[in-house]
Structure formats: structure tokens, C-alpha cells
Design a protein around this ligand. Sequence first.
Ligand code: SF4
Length: 401
Amino acid sequence: METTPNSNRFKITIIGSTNAGKSSLLNAITDQEISIVSDVKGTTTDSVKKAMEFLPFGPVLFIDTAGFNDDSKLGTLRTEKTIKEIRSSDFVIYVIDGRNFNLKLYNENILILKKYSIPYINVVTREEKLNLIQKKEIKKLIKNCFFVNTNDRSSILNFKEILLENLNVLESEPGLLDGISSYGDTIVMVIPIDSEAPKGRLILPQVQLLRAALDKGVKSIVCRDTELEEILNEKKRTDISLIITDSQIFKKVDKMVNDKFPLTSFSIIFARQKGDLKKLISGIEKINSLKDGAQILISENCTHNTSHEDIGRVKIPKLLERKTGKKFRFSFSAGKDFPKDLKKYDLVIHCGACMITKKNMEIRINECEEENVEITNYGLILAYLSGILEKSINSILEYKQ
Ligand code: SF4
């Protein structure tokens, strides 16, 4: 667990006004001087991140953000950055300075959390400086709030217990293979080792799927496309319950499998786990009505180097134009940057989203829906362009409805 990458950790973002005590709270929770603490407003100008094992909950990433109401020159930029952190959070700790509570600002910020459906807890700091009447007043204004003294160990321990209780009731993400494979099944993962494959390692979706199979006691055969035929012909195999291929070689693998086994792709498995599969499938229907010059956004959560074989920037645009016989205008976004002005796009094509949580992907899907923009994903579009969309969805049929 110590080596869990930050992208796979549960993200807890600490927000609030400048000088509300966010950094002191993070330092107290982690028992380390991670964030600089001072009484000067706006001391935390950039987000500060701390990964830790928050037992028994699991690996988390705490993110201490710059405060709202930062009236310095760069304040607006910092607030935008904080909102970006909120959008990719799984949980938020809203820190309030009990002596200096701005209800209007609080209500505005809570609307942001509600918009993105981010669960949160209210924490009022500097409890030691508040009298009973002040505490009562605050409780009247904010229903569920927890008072804390960051200098008092027992107060922090109590808060950690409350935080754990809040985290434990959150719905956990379904496993990648939940409902698709079960104990004792055999699956085949087909991974091409071409010039795009990173040297000496697998990419995250492959690692995560392998781990999901191990967790369920599902036997995995991992091979390149060049060895697949040999494996399928071995002793006239009948024990394979599913073949999962890299989307880029869908067509080639489909020919080899020849309808003898259910076939899907890594991206489709992720589309099902990370978002609304039904919605992403309906995004495919948009392709038929795209006109010449339509604007398409291709969005990835990674900021990896692009190569001439890059799936998002090269392959999908080329295949899509070839299939439709039309010319489109493509835009690209990577990492946390998901455009706000979605209205101008006719279609969004998203990667498998293995680096973000289901909640984060759902936020992106909802933002597209709000702007009436269809969204689909790499695996689905490549299956469609290879003429095997139905087949690759049918293999995980129960998630089709
Ligand atoms: S591009 Fe998307 S699917 Fe691929 S590794 Fe990055 S986050 Fe995962």
C-alpha cells in the first residue's frame, strides 16, 4: 500500500477561507509539518499534497489548498486551481475559522461541492478560542459541524474517528471484474508490445486489471497478439470465459478469436467501472450525425508523451475520418484539464480514465450532459470503428441495460 500511486489514492481535499486553519489541520492529522502554518493570510499559495495510509480506511491523498477569499493579485487563479482540485476529489474537509465565519462565502462554496456531488464534512477550528455561545451560534448556521483544536491530540484523534466514520459509509467503487468473472474463471489479456508500449513495464489499466483478477482468484493468461492464436488452439481450449484485448488491435484479435470466446477490451471494462456505460455507448450514435467540420474533443487523464502511433491524437482521428469520409476539427485535453466550455464540441471521446475515480469520471459525463454534448470512450469507439461494438459489449451483457 505504501507504493500506491497518488492517482489511485482516495483524494481528500481540505478547503476553506485563507487562514481558517487548513494547514494546521493537515499537519495535525498527518502528525507532520507538511504545510507551512502562519497567521499571515494566503500562506498556502499552491496545493500541498500528502499521501498516507489512513487505516483502516486505506491509502489516501490529502490536498491542502490555497484559501478562498484570497484578495492577493493571484487570488483568482488560486481559487480556480482549488476548484479544479475539488472537481477531482473524492471527499472534502471544509475548514471554518470559528472566530471569523463568512456564511455567504461558505454557502457559495457548498454549492460548488453540491454541483460536483462531492461528500464533505465541516470542521470548525480553534475550538479553544470559542465560548459556548459562539459555538451555539455556529451550530445554528451549519448543521453538521465538528469542532477541533489542532493543538490538542485528543481533539485530533476524535476528529480522525469522525472522518473515518464519514469515509466508511461512502459507496466504494465496484471492482473491475465484478459481475464479469468470478473465482476459478480463466481470462486472457492480450497486450501488444509495439513501439508505443512503455519499455520494461505495463501500463496502469493492464496492471489494475491483473490485480483485479488476482483479487478474485480469476486465472489470467497474459500474452501478446502474436502468441494468441497458439494459446487459443492449445488443447482445443474451452475454459476461457473472456478475452480482454488492447483496443488498438481489436480487429486483429477479433479475427483470431473468430466468435469462439467472448471478447472485450481494457477500455470497455474501464468504461463500465468508471462511468455510465449506457451513456458512453449512446455517445457512439452521435457519430452518424457528425457533419464536416464538427468539433471533437479527445480527452485523456494522462500527460504522457505523444508518439506517431498515439491512440488519441493520431489513430482515433484518422480512423474516424476514414470511416465517416468527413473532416473534423480535433481538440485535445490532458491531465486534470477538462474544458469548461463544452458547448462548442459536437462529441467528446474520453480515454479509459484509469487514473481517476468513478466519481471524477461521472462529473465529466454529467458536465457533458448538462451542455447536451455526447461523450464516449476510446474502447467503445475503437470497437465501433472495427465493427465489433455489439460483440464487445455483449460479452459484459449484464451491464448493457
Ligand atoms: S490515458 Fe487514460 S486510460 Fe490511458 S493510462 Fe492514462 S488515464 Fe489510464
